[in-house]
Unconditional design. Structure first.
Length: 290
């Protein structure tokens, strides 16, 4: 049973062996682009769960220093539909005229200051650009993923010391650690890792298509996109994905191993596409097809 703001994903649990367990239904949160327009001016696109968007927009404008609570008028939320990517939202609100100057000045100059926003994006359509096809499918076995999880845990020196950082690791298809980077932000950790692979061994880069990435975070759509653009065919995360992360991975042919823990993981199969009404239902991969 799902709750508002989530959708069901059909999954098989894999205990790092050749046979999947019993199927079950995993609820994943909905993640959608929300374009915020103030006084008819496109200000930002944020990725959010489409619940209480009026509250979200009000709090966002206050946090940005664009308005006080009493200055935020009625927030009108409109759905947008895309045949490929699904639903987005446009939230329109009018602020007092004296607030227009700062909005105009910052709309095109603002930088992304959190993992929830998309720097420089002004419309829902631009937030979901097409991804390049991956050059090859991953040949990593469940056992290799299990080895990689052990290597990830062992390699987090800063994380063990601070208990406050994320890690991104690249392993070869046998699960052997090649490179690991840490940062307070999961996106930063992955950017560091991709850069390290490109600069490895004095300029002799590591081919990301010949291994997979393992991360200490949930599977967000941004991590999916960064992994695909790096040319890596498999992303492993210790927590669950959002619906947008799954849909973006499906579109690019990226395999996902999520909720990957010491005893089991969930494999999502990019070859399967099932739709129940308007809600996508994705069937998890069996071990022998990984």
């Amino acid at each position: 049973m799902t709750t508002p703001g989530s959708i069901p994903v059909a999954a098989h649990r894999n205990a790092y062996g050749d046979e999947p367990g019993e199927p079950f239904e995993l609820s994943v949160p909905i993640e959608a682009p929300v374009a915020i327009e103030t006084n008819g001016i496109a200000y930002a696109v944020m990725m959010a769960t489409p619940l209480a968007l009026e509250d979200f927009v009000t709090g966002f404008l206050m946090a940005e220093g664009l308005a006080e609570a009493h200055e935020v008028g009625e927030v009108a939320v409109h759905r947008t539909e895309d045949a490929q990517w699904g639903t987005g939202y446009v939230a329109r609100v009018n602020l007092p005229a004296e607030r227009l100057g700062p909005i105009l000045e910052r709309a095109r100059r603002r930088v992304g200051d959190s993992s929830c926003g998309i720097c420089g994006i002004e419309g829902v359509e631009a937030a979901l650009r097409s991804l390049p096809p991956l050059p090859r499918a991953s040949q990593a076995s469940p056992q290799a993923i299990h080895r990689a999880l052990g290597a990830l845990a062992a390699g987090q020196e800063l994380g063990r010391h601070t208990r406050a950082t994320h890690a991104a690791a690249f392993c070869d298809e046998e699960g052997r650690l090649v490179a690991l980077r840490e940062d307070v932000g999961r996106h930063n950790a992955l950017d560091k890792l991709v850069g390290a692979l490109a600069r490895a061994n004095g300029g002799q880069c590591v081919d990301p298509s010949l291994g997979f990435i393992v991360m200490t975070s949930r599977c967000s759509y941004e991590l999916v996109e960064k992994t695909v653009r790096a040319g890596c065919p498999l992303l492993v995360t210790i927590s669950a994905p959002s619906d947008l992360a799954v849909r973006r991975a499906l579109a690019a042919g990226l395999r996902l191993a999520v909720v990957a823990r010491g005893d089991s993981m969930l494999m999502v199969d990019p070859d399967q596409r099932f739709v129940e009404g308007e809600r996508p239902v994705i069937l998890a991969d069996r071990a022998e097809r990984t």
